[in-house]
Write a protein that binds this ligand. Structure first.
Ligand code: DGL
Length: 267
């Protein structure tokens, strides 16, 4: 069991930010990644549709025999959070790890959350923050333009369209005096500079994917499930649309040299 791969899935490429973190902190682990590139985005879809897709993505990775699953997608995590089978011993989403980190980091108990429209609509972040820290004030904002901007390469702080949307979305959060901001979507860590420019360097940014990777490491340690190998872990990538396109776009998120990319069906 301990030498099986860790499974990570996302609606598309964004979950590779979590894989990046995982490879830094668990360099010997094999990783299988599934990006549902044929059906991305999930963040604009209904709860029922996202749930159906999530079950299929989970099922695909289970059939490959992974020892632990990370749902790196903020949207999937927000609709599935609190379910028995989820955030259990051998799987995690991104919300609980991000909320715990945010509650540890805040001093003034004013916490901002940004994510896709579906995630914000679910109110999952808000509910969980209130559960962990009832006295906290939560300020949430959907940032629907951030995913397409990242996917099209508009990521640098010199990118005026991105900076304009960041000001539009984030100025109200800054005005509320938040001291912590949860980046509740896979793509947002790539916009950290632009986001910090608007909310101010004093606001701590919490990357939900990175927190999920740390949570996975902790749970695997606790269960005695870290791999025994000492060589560099292998990475196998699956996508539901063209592998060529996947390879072309994945480099925005992570170095995939040495990894295999295959097309699969999850339905
Ligand atoms: N992966 C999604 C998330 O983290 C963003 C892209 C999408 O909308 O599917 O919410």
């Amino acid at each position: 069991m301990r030498n099986r791969p860790i499974g990570v899935f996302d609606s598309g490429l964004g979950g590779l930010t979590t894989v990046n973190e995982l490879r830094k902190i668990l360099p010997h682990e094999d990783i299988i990644y599934l990006g549902d590139t044929a059906r991305v985005p999930y963040g604009t879809k209904s709860r029922e549709t996202v749930l159906k897709y999530a079950e299929q993505d989970f099922g695909f990775l289970s059939r490959l025999g992974v020892k632990f699953t990370i749902a790196a997608c903020g949207t999937v995590s927000s609709v599935k959070v609190g379910e028995d089978s989820f955030d259990a011993d051998l799987c995690t989403g991104v919300i609980i790890p991000a909320v715990k980190a945010a509650c540890r980091a805040t001093v003034n108990k004013r916490i901002g959350v940004i994510a896709t429209s579906a995630s914000i609509r679910s109110e999952s972040y808000e509910r969980l923050i209130k559960y962990v820290m009832p006295e906290a004030k939560v300020f949430s904002k959907a940032c629907p333009m951030f995913v397409p901007l990242v996917e099209n390469g508009y990521v640098g702080r010199e990118c005026e369209p991105t900076a304009a949307f960041a000001r539009e979305y984030l100025s109200p959060l800054k005005d509320e005096g938040i001291d912590v901001l949860i980046l509740g979507c896979t793509h947002y860590p790539l916009l950290s500079d632009v986001i910090s420019d608007v909310v101010g360097g004093g606001v701590k940014l919490i990357s939900s994917g990175a927190e999920a990777a740390r949570c996975a490491k902790m749970l695997l340690e606790q269960k005695g499930l870290l791999c025994e190998g000492k060589s560099a872990g292998k990475m196998k990538l699956y996508c539901t649309d063209s592998p060529e396109l996947f390879k072309e776009n994945a480099s925005r998120f992570i170095d995939i040299s040495g990894a295999t990319v295959e097309r699969c069906s999850v339905e």
